[in-house]
Design a protein around this ligand. Sequence first.
Ligand code: MRU
Length: 345
Amino acid sequence: MFKSIEWCGDSVRFIDQTKLPLEETYIQSHDYRVIAEAIRKLKIRGAPLIGIASAYGVAVAAIHSGEKNYQSFSHEIQNVIKEFASTRPTAVNLFWALKRMENILSVPADIDAVIKSLTGEAVRIHREDEEMCRKIGENGQKLIPQSAVILTHCNTGALATGGEGTAQSVITTAYRLGKSIKVYADETRPLLQGARLTTWELMKLGIDVTLITDSMAAFLMQQKKIDLVITGSDRIAINGDAANKIGTYSLAVNAKHHGVPFYIAAPTSTIDPSIASGKNIPIEERHADEVVQGFGKRTAPDGVKVYSPAFDITPSTLITAIITDLKVYHPPFDFSRAPSSSFKV
Ligand code: MRU
């Protein structure tokens, strides 16, 4: 089985997700800028994974800093943290992980000891995510009937996390427990995380998966082909509104209309107790090229105006339950006392 990311002592090794499913290529680097650029370009992607990668990136920068004076060292690493914080704005897991790294830096000590602590914290963030994925799977599988046809969106598997995934961990756990599972994977325009990554992962696992384009989902629900929808999330507000890959909101609207349960699965690091509702979640906008010539061939006229929000907000009123590593939450949601993940740059 592949590893989405791996700590190699003083460098990081990760799979280049932009090359999948055609090539399984790995990049190893001890330059934090390579890791930050990989996050920007979606070579490393998925809310929990970008948190883990940025923590490793900070550790790598600390190890290779060469500064002997604590103040200068701390200043340099603060700037590295800012650099990672500027890579992608929506997934709060990134800021959650960076905050943990920043907390260590804020206690002046011997530089070597701080480097050791930063490295230890990054590895811990990775291991904790692996464990959270396992618990999400355990908690979530209880909602999956003995025989289920599941619709999912984007990629929420091992490629997107430090473990088995979020929504996908629910699917794989149910499958491993002997449930009869069939998955429809949305293609996930414009960057095709569903087509390229989710089908690749599920086929490797031997899970029955069928690819559809995003616009086919409502028709399948109308035909009563879908028992439940489950997706991940990049940030959950106090009231349960959830940001996720663009297209998730329309799935939730369609699910409500057709009486299909709609679940979100996410680790507690995805909950943002500093944000009251979805309207305060920053939504990343991506470059027009991803829409008009995403994979080489131009598909729209030169000079056409493009708007490309990478995420949307599903209002909590459309969510049947939110599955986390701690427990399954049912409406009305109130995450005001969730572990703090607020981090502002
Ligand atoms: O732009 P991406 O591919 O990083 O978006 C990922 C998603 O939207 C996932 O559904 C989300 O991170 C939650 S599950 C890991």
